[in-house]
Design a protein around this ligand. Sequence first.
Ligand code: ADP
Ligand code: MG
Length: 556
Amino acid sequence: MAKTEFKAESKRLLEMMIHSVYSKKEVFLRELISNASDAIDKIYYKALTDDSLTFNKDDYYIKIIPDKQKRTLTVLDTGIGMTREELESNLGTIAKSGSLAFKQEHEIKDGHDIIGQFGVGFYSAFMVADRVTVISKALGSEEAYKWESEGADGYTIEPWEKKEVGTEVILHLKENSEDENYDEFLEEWRLREIIKKYSDFIRYPIKLAVTRKKKDGDSGETADTVEEETVNSMVPIWRKNKNELKDEDYENFYTEKHYGFDKPLKYMHIRVDGTIRYHAILYIPEMVPFDYYTTEYEKGLELYSNGVLIMNKCPDLLPDYFSFVKGMVDSEDVSLNISREMLQHDRNLKVIAKNIKNKIRKELLNMLKNEREKYETFFKNFGRQLKYGVYSDFGEHKEELQDLLLFYSSKEKKPVTLEEYVSRMPEDQKYIYYATGDSVERIEKLPQTELVADKGYEILYLTDDIDEFAIKMLEKYKGKEFKSVTSGDLGIDTDDKQKKEETKEDKALFDFMKDVLGDKVKAVKASTRLKSHPVCFSTEGEITIEMEKVLSAMPN
Ligand code: ADP
Ligand code: MG
């Protein structure tokens, strides 16, 4: 049969997978089980919401079948299955995943730890197998198909016999070599260990089917009997008690769910038993997702209705300014049959969303107080989003967010909170001063900062485009107004003796300068704020020089 070539991107990824010698090979099983579980989620959800389908909970399971004679390992599921077209598009291309774009952007040359990093699950089978066969029958379909591939040079698809709806993934394990052992993936103890480690909380039974030789008592002949044993505890991690769980369990869940390719910076396990009940596990990623500050990025949490997944990314659960949060929510008080459109208006969901928002805020404040370094890492990555949050929606969220902000301080030489700034203000200081520029180094050289710094006042250095917009939106913090060091009136009493009257010569010079500069400046005046610099710009009105720059760079 003629082979169909993989799409170019898939082919490259596949090659990386096959030659990957670094990542833990055992994770292929986690990936295949996770796909099986996803497929059962889909059929289970259908059965629960579609009256024409009957269902029996015992019908949903995953089976792991090692066969030492054939050197195959089979992962079988009773999930939704795939049609011929789905076999083509789901296993023949990875166009849907953003992983390849990421890899290219970051020039990751080999497959080093690529599985741990991206959700390119299915292909991980090729780390341990030199041939992979997938036999699948889709729900509502009469025919079944066999998909088969020996790696990067392509795959075949042909009609096949299969009675039950679902999928079987058969791995033809590679031969052992001097430094690689694949036989272990046929061993009962090893499979049990891997399943326990990565897939314990999968909500469907994972049955390990082991063939044992049994001697018949009477005839003395040996016969093969297959014993099945459910290996996983099936209690989803979010329903377990926090004290039963270790950091590692939360980290594994994060990876298993492909919430991110990093390690989470922080996790939160929430259980609310009020009038509205829900469980949630939320994460703050350590690294910025590659598409985070683009329009491609989709915020949202997984939403379960009493244990059944109803949406992969429910955006209504997170405000935009916390869009970096990953995780899931499970609630008995959200209906299984709810449509996307209705979700937006669902009262219970709104209550949950508000509750979650407050918990995230509290957690961040906690981190700021108790784990300053961690918080600074967080803020370096996602602070922009918080500042954007202050500015957006006409400042509606500013009260909520202002205490989460950090700005670089001229005095402390590190990021500080507004609270810290205000608590250090001398009594005669009227304003919270700030200066804007591309970098701390450049701001330090600004002549306009001299007078303020000379008075011994602290200055906040705003180096991010959005900073000043956020500051303007805040207007005040604890009753203290913000003031740019470039503004005309700094509210600083200057020494009267120093205040020079403008002489005739001065005026002639200033008029000349104004003539030369023309429309570029509004006026040229004598200033009392300069020390070591001969000249500086200052502004009148609301818009500062930096804001003007940003505004003029913005598309109309
Ligand atoms: P992901 O799970 O992140 O989507 P994978 O590479 O693991 O990526 O799987 C690709 C796709 O193949 C899945 O999204 C799914 O549509 C399909 N698929 C894989 N395994 C199964 C399965 N056992 N049953 C049904 N569909 C599957
Ligand atoms: Mg997968």
